[in-house]
Design a binder for this molecule. Structure first.
Ligand code: SPV
Ligand code: MN
Length: 630
């Protein structure tokens, strides 16, 4: 018997149809067969279905997710609703672990576990986890078709919702897999929602939810969950594998959006990437009115022949937070969410076939069905907390090409040249709305020292200030020192290094109110674009370059038709030396606990501290307004 025949017999011909076997054999990839065999034996589904790139196969997924009620139809054509368990509404950081072989260094900032122990535990949990269910075998591409950036991904899942979401979010990969050589690397993901309860069916054994990242095998095993951030192999699970790969090669995998900036009255598009912790304005920056979106979540970057860093969106859709999406703040998304097209809502309130969410901007009903089940206003959960109409981390899943501002370069195999990078956090009192780094190393430092108050995008307390290097700490699988070094060498290879900006949309005044309107970010972004194009001068401050008042005043007028007063500028851009020094102390303490942090990082930190101290000494004041710096 050859390998194929052996495979067919051993997997059981009652489990898989001859046509589906043919689809697998056509790939001519024994590793794929071995993986399927191993996990079918372990998870014990009652059926295995192979999905190719054909419309028929993909339509099968979209139909069956409805018939088994993982999704239900809503009134508008193509719209469906999916629910995750009430206890599975966000990424589970505690049970997401990187498996590290014995004797290898384990960073204090990464949730790690001994590889052997982790595998033993999760494989035991996965034993029989697909009983009575159908296992889908899927092939996707992380990145554009036919591109140097792109990595293949094999997904096994028993969730039709997961598979359907991946059809909206990722590019087809079955045909690309045929092109792989036996030795070519691909990532693979095995997911099971585990035993389901209720109607709609949700994961029952949440306490046995595990997401284990096995770098050695380029795979992630995920069980007893449905929330996309935990379940979808190609999203945050693949991000972690790609970070590992990039950091052991010579490129970057980042938690970046990609945005084409088009300043008013200038005939140009300048590409930026940006990393913000979850629920800190990342998608809304990527979706700024009048600009072009390439991606909103994850990018691969490579040094390109033209001397620029080029970036691709490894996705082709958005899994976006729906809270506060309304006709006023997010007109493009709101339009897409209210008109016919294929899209999945998750964890929002539904009444009479219509979805409602927090901050929708229209009257909502006082009862209906949501992530809690039957819901009425004022109802509380078992802990006595009032349940809101939708979860604050409720989401929508949509094709990017359904948005009117989608950049035609989305699928360009060469990606787009990056001129600038934004890093931002949710910081109520320390950093000004925008600062430009003094140079590349200082830019890495700005990204590495983002601090942000926690949000509902992960399980746990909300509003706690935490360091969030490059908004990527949740996904890091290599020690911080190695990660920073990789950034540095990457930039050094470029002829045109991106300019780096730190943003803060969440600055508050003494009265505790936000100092900026939601759309003000447009001005910061356009100012940054102008800096990369040589349009504006800036003020050198100890923490980087600050905008001049006159430029911001002009931009507020042109871009938002708003008056921006000197008082506002002073309040927002005053250098608060003590707060900034305290922040440096926190950052220093954090990085001191990690080994082999590169020297350039410490040099940058100490220089920033000495510049701040110098200014304090010179002026004798803790707060310096930007006019005093000129
Ligand atoms: C994020 O939380 O950063 C997201 C959504 O983009 S998740 O898929 O949960 O990661
Ligand atoms: Mn994200």
């Amino acid at each position: 018997m050859d390998f194929n025949e052996e495979f067919a017999v051993s997997i059981g011909i009652d489990l898989i149809s001859p046509q589906d076997l043919e689809k697998l054999f056509a790939l001519k990839n024994d590793r794929v067969l071995k993986i399927i065999k191993q996990f079918v034996d372990l998870c014990k589904p009652s059926k295995v279905t192979v999905i190719s790139d054909s419309e028929k196969d993909i339509e099968y997924v979209a139909q069956k997710t409805l018939s088994i009620r993982e999704e239900s139809k809503l009134n508008v054509k193509g719209h469906t609703i999916h629910y995750d368990s009430f206890y599975d509404q966000a990424r589970d950081k505690e049970n997401t672990k990187v498996l590290i072989p014995k004797g290898e260094y384990r960073s204090p900032w990464i949730n790690t576990m001994d590889r052997d122990e982790g595998l033993e535990e999760i494989l035991e949990i996965m034993d029989g986890c697909m009983k009575g269910k159908e296992c889908l075998v899927r092939f996707f591409c992380l990145g554009p078709i036919n591109s140097k950036f792109t990595i293949g991904a094999l997904q096994l899942t028993d969730s039709f919702y997961v598979a359907h979401s991946e059809d909206l979010l990722y590019r087809k990969g079955y045909e690309e897999f045929k092109e792989l050589n036996e030795s070519d690397k691909f990532f693979y993901f095995v997911h099971s929602a585990g035993e389901l309860v209720g109607n709609p069916p949700v994961t029952k054994n949440i306490e046995k939810r595990r997401i284990y990242i096995d770098l050695q095998e380029s795979r992630v095993l995920s069980v007893n969950n449905q929330y996309a951030g935990n379940s979808l192999g190609l999203k945050k699970l693949a991000l972690r594998l790609a970070i590992y790969k990039a950091n052991n090669e010579d490129w970057l995998t980042e938690h970046y959006f990609i945005l084409g900036v088009r300043p008013e009255g200038k005939n140009r598009v300048t590409y930026f990437t940006g990393a913000f912790p979850s629920a800190c304005g990342k998608t809304s920056t990527a979706m700024l009115p009048g600009q072009l979106i390439v991606g909103d979540d994850i990018a691969y970057l490579r040094a390109w022949e033209d001397g620029f860093a080029h970036a691709v969106n490894i996705e082709k859709g958005i899994f976006g937070i729906i809270k506060d999406v309304n006709a006023k703040n997010d007109p493009v998304i709101y339009e897409a969410l209210t008109t016919p097209r294929e899209l999945i809502f998750s964890n929002v309130l539904v009444k009479d076939g219509k979805p409602y969410w927090l901050g929708i901007g229209v009257e909502h009903p006082k009862d209906g069905f949501n992530h809690f089940g039957e819901w009425i206003e004022g109802i509380s959960d078992e802990k006595g907390n009032i349940v809101s109409i939708a979860h604050p981390n409720a989401r929508y899943t949509i094709n990017l090409t359904d948005l009117s501002n989608c950049d035609p370069k989305l699928n360009d195999p060469d990606g787009v040249p990056i001129h600038g990078i934004f890093y931002g956090g949710r910081d109520s009192n320390t950093m000004p709305p925008i600062v430009e780094s003094l140079n590349w190393e200082h830019g890495i430092f700005l990204g590495a020292s983002i601090e942000s108050e926690t949000t509902s995008a992960t399980l746990g307390d909300v509003g706690v200030r935490k360091a969030s290097p490059m908004a990527n700490l949740d996904f890091l699988v290599v020690p911080l020192g190695k990660y920073l070094n990789n950034h540095n060498t990457f930039g050094k290879k470029l002829k045109h290094c991106p300019q780096v900006f730190s943003t803060n949309y969440f600055l508050k005044g003494k009265d505790g109110k936000y100092l900026n309107g939601i759309l003000d970010k447009k001005v910061w972004v356009i100012w940054a674009e102008g800096r990369t194009s040589g349009d504006f001068e800036a003020i050198e401050a100890p923490i980087g370059y600050l905008p001049k008042y006159k430029d911001l005043k002009m931009l507020f007028r042109i871009e938002l038709n708003k008056d921006y007063s000197k008082e506002e500028y002073i309040e927002q851009f005053t250098i608060k030396i003590n707060f900034l020094l305290e922040k440096l102390n926190r950052i220093e303490a954090m990085y001191k606990t990690e080994k082999e942090i590169p020297k350039f990082f410490w040099d940058t930190l100490f220089m920033q501290r000495s510049r701040l101290n110098g200014l304090l000494k010179k002026t004798g004041k803790e707060e310096i307004n930007p006019f005093e710096l000129v």
